[in-house]
Design a binder for this molecule. Structure first.
Ligand code: 13P
Ligand code: SF4
Length: 337
């Protein structure tokens, strides 16, 4: 008899009374199986506020960590602890080095409020929390930014230079990239961005927008704010993964749209033949997030089976000091979103 791995996973989830959550960039079969799929903010909330004690998180490392930080009493396991390449671009040491460089420019830490994108590891969130800063996600970044800017300090935005620059531009603020732009430009900037980026969203270029607009003059362009500023500037809509889904689903299926975000999400947006025909990824190559794509059904099955057999692995654990300060930065975000 053919093995039905979906049924086996469902059985294990029931036996263990566990919640299976998946980010929208996960493979189709995982999103379909999950009790809940969402963007990074929705998943952090859903996972940490669930009545279940065991959370099985399909996504990248910082996402599982966020649930554990917000709800330390819960058991969080990840079928694959894959690390977002952008999150890997910053560490607590790089954070300290950045502050030291800014100090040498004449900008002490007391003149800065740090905001870290949720795509960062717990130790970086803890550094930000310790300084009185906050976390943001792509869906609440504007709110967090507006609130922080009122504090009359310069914003140190990390690790995504694109999101930082896109936010600064949308409020007419001056921005500079630390380590790339001149000291003068950094000194004049309202928003100082760390030099990190998403390798997947870097794939989308203004030439891609031009190509689609030339081919289909009435096409709409939707982009994630991790895209380059020169792409975001040309887009008709900019939003988080959830916001892109809502935007595209509200369009008539005959409306052509090119979307600048990860392939699995775009490919699932409009399942009917007409919808599929009118939905494009905004690049000539397939924009797959390699780490999001690492998780398989087999991984989910194995991690659940091991947990059931009292041989757990891939549990998310964060040392208490780090978790306390990281939680302060995450809690501030939740209060504002
Ligand atoms: P969302 O918060 O929009 O889900 O984005 C997370 C992410 O990693 C996008 O690349
Ligand atoms: Fe990280 Fe980019 Fe993948 Fe999102 S798409 S998880 S930012 S590497």
């Amino acid at each position: 008899m053919m093995r039905d791995i979906q049924q086996e996973i469902k059985g294990l989830l029931e036996d263990l009374d566990a919640l299976l959550v998946a980010h929208f960039y996960q493979k189709d079969e995982i999103v379909h199986l999950a009790h809940f799929s969402g963007d990074s903010l929705e998943l952090a909330k859903k996972g940490s506020q669930s009545s279940k004690n065991l959370i099985v998180f399909c996504g990248v490392g910082f996402m599982g960590e966020s649930v554990k930080i917000l709800a330390p009493q819960k058991e969080v396991i990840m079928p694959k602890i894959a690390c977002c390449s952008m999150a890997r671009m910053v560490s607590s040491t790089y954070f300290d080095n950045s502050l030291a460089l800014l100090e040498s420019y004449g900008i002490p830490a007391s003149m800065l409020t740090p905001i870290t994108y949720i795509n960062s590891n717990a130790d970086v969130k803890a550094k930000v929390g310790k300084m009185g800063g906050l976390v943001c996600t792509s869906s609440n970044a504007k709110k967090i930014f507006e609130h922080t800017y009122q504090q009359q300090k310069k914003i140190f935005f990390l690790p995504d230079k694109c999101l930082g620059e896109n936010l600064a531009r949308s409020y007419g603020l001056k921005s500079a990239i630390l380590g790339i732009d001149s000291q003068k430009k950094v000194l004049e900037a309202d928003v100082i961005c760390y030099n990190g980026f998403c390798s997947v969203h870097q794939l989308f270029t203004p030439d891609d927008v031009k190509f689609f607009r030339q081919k289909y003059p009435d096409i709409l362009i939707a982009a994630h704010p991790e895209c380059r500023p020169d792409v975001v500037e040309l887009a008709d809509f900019v939003g988080s993964t959830s916001q892109i889904i809502a935007y595209v689903r509200a369009l008539p299926e005959t409306q052509k749209v090119a979307v600048g975000t990860e392939f699995n999400l775009v490919n699932r947006l409009r399942p009917t033949p007409i919808g599929k025909k009118n939905t494009f990824v905004l690049s000539s190559t397939i924009p797959e997030c390699p780490t999001m794509n690492e998780t398989t059904l087999e991984d989910i099955f194995e991690v659940l089976k091991a947990y059931k057999n009292h041989r757990p692995y891939n549990q998310i654990n964060i040392d208490t000091q780090t978790a306390v300060f990281a939680k302060q930065a995450l809690d501030k975000m939740l209060e504002l979103s």
